[in-house]
Design a binder for this molecule. Structure first.
Ligand code: ADP
Length: 395
């Protein structure tokens, strides 16, 4: 047995899980929130028992020291040497990485070069990694990139209709995100359907606060809805997804917004939140709003689902067919209403919904009928476990 941690560092947060491998048993999991702000929150769950501490945690280094001390205090490990490896979720690996890698000065330098592509996420990943490396110098560390799975996309899928020199000079192209989830869920879909992963066409709908769709053909990502950044594609919780780029000039003039103001609007004030007239970015609230006759909530819900259905259609075209569709993440796993609404558009693919099965929440289940031409499934994603598996495979 070996103990492996998977870590996801955000700018003010740190999520972690501790696994014993290869059994894949979760020994502990937790979250540090509001790092660098007053009243930071540290929570850790061991054996189903959650403890929460509120105190000031000024930076990631302090957060890491605190969580490691908690692992010892709670008996998860006896000493630090028991933690053999730490897998770090790193957002943007650019064109450098089509797979996870062992951390090294070279990997760190390459990752640093991708900071302009993900100015908010990549620095957080680095700070997290460096804090853990200092705290656990004898452990092996790995980088697991959100973009890596999509590096198999062909040029025709990743190039924008922009001057070529921007690709040449700055690597402006589509990269895609949620790769760890799309890979995990598409593999699991093949397993559950009893089909060889390298001979099957799958569309994965990762529908959470951030949402993206991926076309996986014969085990390789061939297209995905997010682009240079996670703003492209689906309508999301607060992100616009695809829009006419000329809207920016129009709104900028009307509202007197500069680039930062426009980006803030597109990332934080749009999506179903903006569409619902600021009611909520959460589908539980939108569905409740719809049920009580709120028209904007209904519009937001319909726009979201319609966009998902259109992407599914375009990826069925891109792969010249589809064998399986998988729903995952917060909305995909929990909202039968969203799934049913999306599937209403997919009858032409020979899909029929099993309404009873679709009522289930958060479990692995087929929601298409036995005679449906395409198998539709709900598959809970598990990015932490995927990171731990990748890490074991590397070290
Ligand atoms: P992310 O990881 O991108 O922050 P998640 O995958 O955790 O997001 O998804 C969070 C979203 O899932 C919530 O904002 C909410 O819209 C949706 N969600 C969670 N539970 C339910 C539910 N029971 N019914 C409908 N939507 C849900």
């Amino acid at each position: 047995m070996s103990i492996v941690m998977s870590v996801n560092a955000g700018s003010s947060s740190l999520k972690f899980q501790v696994f014993s491998m290869p059994e894949e048993k979760v020994l502990a999991k937790g979250l540090v929130e509001r790092i660098g702000l007053p009243d930071s929150i540290f929570s850790i769950t061991v054996d189903g028992k959650k403890t929460e501490t509120v105190c000031d945690i000024p930076d990631h280094k302090v957060a890491v020291d605190m969580l490691i001390k908690a692992l010892i205090d709670k008996g998860v490990v006896k000493n630090l040497d028991e933690i053999e490896a730490v897998g770090h979720r790193m957002v943007h690996g650019g064109e450098y990485y089509s797979d996870s890698v062992k951390a090294s000065p070279e990997a760190e330098a390459n990752f640093e070069k991708c900071i302009p592509l993900a100015p908010l996420h990549n620095p957080a990943g680095l700070v997290g990694y460096r804090s853990f490396r200092e705290a656990l110098p004898r452990a092996s560390h790995t980088f697991v990139f959100d973009t890596a799975f999509h590096q198999t996309m062909p040029e025709k899928a990743y190039m924008y209709g922009l001057p070529y020199e921007y690709y040449d000079k700055y690597k402006v192209r589509r990269y895609g995100f949620h790769g760890t989830s799309h890979s995990f869920v598409s593999k699991r879909a093949a397993e559950l359907a009893g089909k060889p992963y390298d001979q099957v066409k799958t569309i994965v709908c990762h529908l959470g606060n951030g949402a993206s769709i991926c076309a996986v053909e014969n085990g390789r990502s061939v297209d995905t809805s997010m682009g240079l950044t996670p703003l492209e594609g689906l309508v999301m919780g607060t992100r616009s997804g695809d829009i006419d780029p000329a809207i920016l000039e129009f709104v900028s003039k009307k509202e007197g917004l500069d680039i930062a103001g426009l980006m803030n609007m597109l990332n934080k004030k749009s999506g179903v939140f903006g569409l619902s007239n600021n009611l909520s970015s959460d589908f539980r609230d939108l569905e409740e709003g719809m049920d009580s006759g709120n028209n904007e909530a209904k519009t937001a819900f319909e726009v979201f689902c319609y966009r998902v259905a259109k992407y599914v259609g375009s990826y069925a075209a891109a792969m010249n067919g589809v064998d399986m569709i998988a729903f995952t993440a917060g909305i995909g796993e929990n909202s039968g209403t969203v799934r049913a609404y999306v599937m209403k558009y997919l009858g032409y693919l020979g899909i029929t919904l099993d309404e009873e099965a679709n009522k289930k929440r958060g479990e692995e289940i087929a929601i298409s009928t036995a005679d449906s031409k395409v198998k539709v499934m709900v598959i809970p994603t598990n990015e932490e476990l995927a990171i731990a598996r990748e890490t074991v495979a590397l070290v």
